[in-house]
Design a protein around this ligand. Structure first.
Ligand code: ADP
Ligand code: MG
Length: 251
């Protein structure tokens, strides 16, 4: 898309003709989307437009009805591809704090690296401490998540998702449950990750943030991509009346 791509290297993520219904209700009606390495794609759209279903499909939390999803060229919707191994390649953060309340911050961050990726406790801890230091939470390693602010919890969730160096990071409305004054610290961390080279597919209601960090913005409505392109166009000079109406509502 926006990043120059070696024709030999497949995109990190390529979605082709993705279709998903719940009962008779079509939710995704033929989504095509491609994300190059180091690229950040932001999916915007009204509540119910299918954003979360799209991300869950990529993480194989929803079974798709039709279409394919390629991760580094491998069709992960192929039932012969093991689901757990695929999920281990993808870091995920949801709107609701998906941390383990009974584990302290350090164990929250290192658990997947140790159990899923087979890292030693020493290696996983060293990586976790480096990250926690970087986000200013090194002194919280022994605390339980409920002692942290919402913004600190989401930053821990992000660090946990990237601690095992995933090929792709999925971020679903990670600031929508936060008090407004805590949103900035979480978005700053995402911007840092993007600068450091992470490949990110995110949904967000923060249009200013999408404009600042995303390379590509996708406007989803009724399960189809109505408009997509660079943020300055989709957010700054949208061509479709539906995109304009949506942006007028959220601004
Ligand atoms: P968004 O994240 O854009 O708000 P979702 O992907 O969560 O949208 O939902 C899209 C549509 O699919 C909504 O109408 C929602 O009610 C419906 N939906 C989502 N998950 C389920 C489910 N597990 N069962 C039935 N309907 C669902
Ligand atoms: Mg959602």
């Amino acid at each position: 898309m926006t990043t120059a791509q070696d024709p030999q290297t497949p995109p990190v993520l390529e979605i082709r003709g993705l279709v998903k219904s719940f009962g008779d209700a079509p939710v995704l009606r033929g989504i095509d989307l491609s994300i190059a390495r180091h690229e950040c794609v932001a999916v915007i759209g009204a509540s119910g437009s299918g954003k979360s279903t799209l991300l869950k499909s990529v993480n194989l939390l929803e079974q798709v009805d039709d279409g394919q999803i390629f991760l580094q060229g491998e069709d992960i919707t192929d039932p012969r591809v093991p689901v757990d191994a695929t999920r281990a390649r993808i870091g995920v953060v949801f709107q609701q704090f998906n941390r383990f309340p009974h584990l302290n911050v350090l164990d929250n961050v290192t658990l997947a690296a140790r159990k899923v990726h087979g890292q030693s406790r020493g290696t996983a801890t060293a990586t976790a401490l480096r990250w926690l230091e970087r986000i200013g939470l090194a002194d919280k390693v022994g605390d339980y998540p409920d002692r942290l602010s919402g913004g600190q919890q989401q930053r821990v969730a992000i660090v946990r998702a990237i601690a095992s160096d995933p090929e792709l990071l999925l971020l679903d409305e990670i600031t929508s449950a936060l008090d407004p004054q805590l949103v900035g610290e979480v978005l700053d961390l995402v911007a840092d990750l993007k600068r450091a080279g992470s490949t990110i597919l995110m949904t967000t209601h923060e249009m200013g943030f999408a404009r600042r960090v995303a390379d590509h913005v996708v406007f989803l409505s009724g399960g189809v991509i109505v408009e997509q392109g660079p943020p300055e166009l989709v957010l700054g000079d949208p061509q479709e009346p539906e995109t304009r109406a949506f942006l007028a509502r959220v601004h």
